[in-house]
Design a protein around this ligand. Sequence first.
Ligand SMILES: [Zn+2]
Length: 337
Amino acid sequence: MSILCRVAGLALSSVVSASALGWGAAGHQSAGAIADVLIAGSHAAGQTRSLLGPWSLRTAALWADCAKGVVRAADGYAYAPARHYPECAVFETPQYEAEMVDFVRRNDSQCRPGAGEEACHRQYHYSDIAWQRGAYLPGAAGSSDHDVVAAVSAAVLVLRGGSAPAPFSIAGPREALLLLAHLVGDMHQPLHVGAVYLDADGAMVDPDRDGDDPATHTRGGNAIRLGHGSLHALWDSVPRRFGPERALDTLLPLARRVAPTPGDNTAWPRVWADETVALSAQAFAGIAFGVREGRGGDAAWSARLPDGYERMREDIDRRQLARAGARLAQLLQTIWP
Ligand SMILES: [Zn+2]
């Protein structure tokens, strides 16, 4: 569910298709549009408007992906128009570009990315918990103090009046809300939270039991090839009927029935991630993986999907998009009751 959620640094420049947007732009816009309707007329809607100005949550939901258009330049950082995603046009004014540049400058390397790891702010969009865990476990392989669960939690803390824990640098409530509007969506995309780890023969391995070997990383499914695309891209794409133009007809009724998450809202991200890891098991079940080809960051596996896969995926999409929209609204309404 993100523009380019898992495309490693240098490869980024060659990828300009909007279809690569994580849960694509469409999924994020749909979740935002649902939340806009669900908070309409509430105190939360007023607070949201005062922070976002003219932007709805539907619009704001793309900001964290559009900020990935900021690149390191000779004299610092710059928003690179060459990496233009059509959906980001609304953020392409000098004032808003400066805001994205400032965010990326503060959140680029302060988490000390390891060799082969992406910039910090890119890592905020996902975790790679092995599906075998069945739940999100802090400290498990594929988790970090700056993964998507930590990032959503940090944004909630800032919106509650606290400050973000290291390594996050969140400038204030506006930036926290921009992050939240996007990352709550990512947290509901199975391949943004759960992961499959594969050996050279394409057999599933368990990094927490067998040892976390980088050669087994499938990079959010980007390294799993399906024809001309990837498993990640398949899950990032949203059926047209669940896109933002139709979401209020196709998803809002379901979103209205999403029960509030129990407990304090700082604990909600963990609960949602547990659910998404469990769903990721379905996303990997029955797939026939080929042998590993290529090495290092270019390593990839071919894959053949089982019968009924598309139906299963659309059912998960429908439920998860409705949950993402409903839960973003519920979160804002507990922050600003
Ligand atoms: Zn994302």
